[in-house]
Design a protein around this ligand. Structure first.
Ligand SMILES: [Zn+2]
Length: 134
């Protein structure tokens, strides 16, 4: 079982790159898997994997929904598809894992799957720590 940090990339802003990269570097040190979730095309508007990795942070895995936003697919938050895929691949220790996302789409699936939730509107140097320590 592995603790994971799930980042809903579509909920994160480009200007948060430095803080998010700091979080991911900390996870790298603590052997917490850093995993991105994203829908098709939406990464171009906000934060991208490259933005995080060029700041020296290692993303361990990434799961993309390939469907059009109009499609009512099961992958994207608030549905569980991508989280479940990642969970099976990484044998996620849900009690010690965190989802960072939009409260409107992420809070409910996080609660259902037993993950801690951190709002992407609250991206600060210290906002991840209470969730990690809890
Ligand atoms: Zn999909």
């Amino acid at each position: 079982m592995r603790p994971c940090l799930f980042l809903d990339l579509d909920s994160l802003r480009a200007e948060d790159a430095r803080v998010v990269a700091d979080w991911v570097r900390l996870c790298n040190e603590l052997e917490i898997a850093a995993i991105l979730l994203s829908g098709r095309g939406s990464t171009r508007r906000g934060l991208s994997r490259v933005d995080i990795e060029r700041l020296g942070a290692r993303i361990d895995d990434a799961y993309y929904c390939p469907h059009d936003t109009a499609a009512a697919c099961a992958c994207r938050l608030p549905r569980h598809g991508l989280l479940v895929q990642a969970g099976l691949r990484w044998n996620v220790d849900t009690k010690h894992s965190i989802l960072v996302g939009d409260p409107r789409t992420g809070a409910e699936p996080a609660a259902k799957l037993g993950l801690r939730f951190v709002s992407s509107a609250d991206v600060t140097e210290t906002s991840l720590m209470p969730a990690m320590a809890a």
